[in-house]
Structure formats: structure tokens, C-alpha cells
Design a protein around this ligand. Sequence first.
Ligand SMILES: *Cc1c(COP(=O)(O)O)cnc(C)c1O
Length: 386
Amino acid sequence: MRASFLSFSPPSLGDAERNEVMDTLNSDWITTGPKTKAFEAKLRDYVSAPGIVALNSCTAGLHVGLVALGIGPGDEVIVPAMTFCATANVVEHVGARPVVVDVCPDTLNLDPEAVAKAITPRTKAIIPVHYAGHPVDLDAIFALAKQHGLLVMEDAAHALPAKYKGILVGSRSNLAAFSFYATKNLTTVEGGCLTGASDLIDQARIIGHHGMNRDAWKRFDKSGSWYYEVVLPGFKYNMTDVQAAIGLHQLDRLEGFQRRRREVVAAYEKGFRDLTALQLPVERPEVESSWHLYVIRLNLDLLTIDRNTFIEELKARNIGTSVHYLPVHMHPFYRDKYGYRPEDCPVAADAFSRMLTLPLHPGLSEEDVADVIQAVRDTITTFSRS
Ligand SMILES: *Cc1c(COP(=O)(O)O)cnc(C)c1O
């Protein structure tokens, strides 16, 4: 057994990030400024986004996105059951109703058939989530949106960089929100961005900065002006130059990070594929996953322990894991407000009962990966039903 605890998802920060942060702190400009603009430009090139605004979180991006799309009271927004709570919370923030639908058994992504069934005259938008970094079947979602006149805003928190049919998530004209939270593929500690058509992004930038008209962030700079006007009651969601300083170098290292993630995924696949007690994650042929999370599902009928005990057994073997996620409709707020039962989204509820997320990050060594594989195999051998 390994001697020290293997953390589930530590950040991969280096001297380049540290030096750039110090450079920012030693400058006259620490909040939204030149480094945020540079990070936005670099990100926009990287994902080929028509427009982009850097923000202080993905949640902020989703929130301003809904405001920019004009979603509000009386509207319904379709969200998948298998996602982080923020996807649904932002719909509540604008006074609309999140309609939670089930996911596909293989990818745990929003199921287009479930979406079709959930559409009502009040439906205004769909928020597909690229779960674990595996792109949603966007063709099916856009076809439904077109047929019913709906807006699509992607929750791309896991999906930097992920491709659907050769096209990078975030490069289309519809809105897509990315996260740079501490555990995500690229981090700015906290942070995020919203991509999409430039007119929508211009709107989103104003909404995310108090509703002040354009370039008000420059008002303390020689090139700026003290004068600004508030055109709507916006939010305080801007990214700081300290965050952007980190992001600039994380983006330089992203391709390398992704290469290592794919190596680890290949090693897990090889190390687990003979285990009938496990259901491994898939990558459909038409996509390139960003492999944000490596989520396995236990075939519980082959084991004498449940998922929670499995996690405790891995912890006892010094392997940190997590669970992504308790489905939205099973959180007390959504369950009680809308009367959801677990079986309303049976695929998500079943997946939740037997899923866990293994460590997957660029800092994993060969020994770390071997330790994870050994701990999982040992736990299965010890608690096998046969
Ligand atoms: C992390 C995450 C978010 C929120 O990102 P923040 O940057 O922390 O606001 C939203 N949706 C999903 C699916 C996430 O995993």
C-alpha cells in the first residue's frame, strides 16, 4: 500500500504562474486590466471563440449568460440531472424554472430524447453540460432547439479543451461558459469565461460589470475616462489580473496537461478492463473528451459493499476519490420545491448510487497511477461476491 495519501485533484502550478502573480502584485494594476485582456485574447485564439469575456467564475458566466439571453420569470430552462448544482442554481437566480431531465446511460450527458419530452410552450433554453469533459450530442440538441425556437447555452465547465465532430467546444456563436476553478483542467484559482457571438458577449461583459457601459474598467487608467453610465443593474463578476496571470501560463501548459491526462486514462483503461465489477467511462467516436473526470461505476451486484464503503476502502488504501454528482433533482431544495422523486431521472439516480471519481490530473506519476489501479483491484478482490 502507498505510504502517503494521494490527493484527488491538486492544482498543477509552476514557477511561471508564481512569477507572473508576483509581477502583477508588484505592478500598479492588480484587478481587471492588461493581463485579463491578454488572457482573454489568448483564450479566444485557443478556442477560436467569436467573442469572449473573462469572469470570476463559470457560475457567473452562466448567470450573466441567462440575463443576456433575456431569460426570466415564467420561463423554463432544461438542465441535465447529472451536473454540479450551479447549472440549475443560475436558472433560479433569474427567476426562471429549471426543468431537470435524465441523462444517457453511456456518457451521463443530457439525453436528447428526454429533452424533447420536457419541452413545453414555456421552454426558452437548454443548458447542456459536457459531463466529465465528454461533449454532448450537440447536433441533436441544436436540432431540437431549432425545431422549437430555443436558445442553447453550454455549461462547458469541464470541456476545455473538448471537440465535438472536430470542432472545439466554445467556438460556436451560442454562449458557452468555462470554469477555471481550482480542480478544473486549467485553473486561475477561481475564474471562468463566457464565449459566444460578439454582440452577446458585449452585453454579458456589461452585465458582469455592474451594468457599466463599455470599458469602464479602464476608468483609473490614463487611456480611460472617469465617466461611465449604468445601463442596467449588473453584477460584480470581473476577473482580476492576479487570476489572469495564472491563467496565461496555465494555457501555455494546457496541451501538455491534456497529453498526460490521456496517458493516465489509457493506463486506467488497461488496468481495469478485465474487471466485470466496473463500468468504465466511454469516449464516443465523434468526440475528443477533455477527460476532466475519470468516473467509474460499480456493478454492485458483483460486490458485497456499496459505493460509500468502496470509497472508504480506497481512502484506507491512501487513495482520494470524489463523487460527481448528487443529481440536481435529489438535492433537498429542488426535490422539495418541484416535488421531484429520484426515479424521475432513473439513469442519473442509478449512476449516482454506484459512481465514484478516481484521481485524474497532470501531476500523477506512473507510481501514483499504479497505486490507484492496485487499490481499486485489491478492493474489488477483497469484496467480490463470488
Ligand atoms: C465547476 C462547475 C461549475 C461552476 O464553476 P465555477 O467556476 O466554480 O463557478 C458549473 N458547472 C459545472 C458542471 C461544474 O463542474
